[in-house]
Design a protein. Sequence first.
Length: 440
Amino acid sequence: MNAKAPLKLCLLEDDPIMGESLCDRFELEGFQCDWYKTALAAQPHIGHEDYAALISDIRLPDMSGAELYTQLREEGRAIPPTLFITGFGSISDAVELLKRGAADYITKPFDLDTLVEKVRSVCQRPIQEEHPDEPTLGISAAMRSLEQTLCRVSEHGSTVLITGESGVGKEHAARFLHRCASKTGKSPFIAVNCGAIPEGLMEAELFGYEKGAFSGAIRTRRGVFEQADGGTLFLDEIGDMPPNMQVRLLRVIQERQVVRVGGETPLALDLRLICATHRDLKQMVAEGAFREDLYYRINVVHMKIPPLRERREDILWFTRLFLNEIDPENERRLLPSAEQRLLQQVWPGNLRELRHSIERACVLSAEPAISAAAFDTETDRNAPTPEENDLRERISLYERQLILESLRRHGFQINETAGELGISRKNLWEKMKKLGIERD
């Protein structure tokens, strides 16, 4: 039996030393590599050769990699998953290419192991015939990895728990998972914020009610579980659900059927359940504020979305996305000074805060070109200086080290540790959560 043929790569790199080095490394990794030094030399082969991936420098002597990519798309070529190599000054070009369907990019100088890992990753993706304007979760490595994981999860019906700070994009990720799982694109996506429903109405809202079940029930009403049947139910802020409703929810998840308020007949359910929260459910379980059995039922697959400050590559990408939504006529644009201001912000409100800032700037700016001044607020003026931030980081590091050493001395016994530190048990839990301390 013949050995499986190696995957073939198309490399566009005009630098002879860089090109030779990359070819040697790819061949050592088991790839076959066709190396071209100009766009015109590679152009006849892309879409006709069986390439698993295209790796192209953006700066080429005869035509930029971006221009070549655009031209190939306009010709309707079957372009292999494409990874661009770019200098720091051309990151904005790479971001635009990602929006048009490119798979990934890497900035110079780069580590060869990182490049090989990215190439292996894009080789697993299908030929790029998707719509270039299809929404994604971001362009940072963390969000692209999350996107790939959600695509794999979509092939199964497992319950998913999405966690992250408020405004980080948990519903955005849930909708992406729903789109991946939806075969026809017509299955329902029902989103409910558990923290926004009054406790007295929650049972009827979630599970529905029969006509005459209580005063004011003048007709039968389906709850959100029934409304989402055949599709996806997204329960946001699940950590805010009162204890008595947690018991009822657990039974529905276990039995995959629901009984309306005032009803007797169980109704079978066929849906995907996605839960989300900004709270630390594990800590809430330890404190008795969230049922442990329910936690394990909804935590089959756990996805944590990092805050925007930890994935700054996504800031300008989402800025342009929000700007297009707010100003579909493309009359507004951001000046470089405004983009720099956005990159310097901490964004405690994450994507929600970023979108509101873009919308406010569009409303308040008298000129089509939006400057950095449009993003000045009282909060910005009172923001900590770099020196203050550095001091806070040093204090946090010292506090983390002190708490961790005490926890280890007491075998992670919370009561003993809190007593030694002279703080309450609850305060210790809060500090552990804030400082990212987990049991060894």
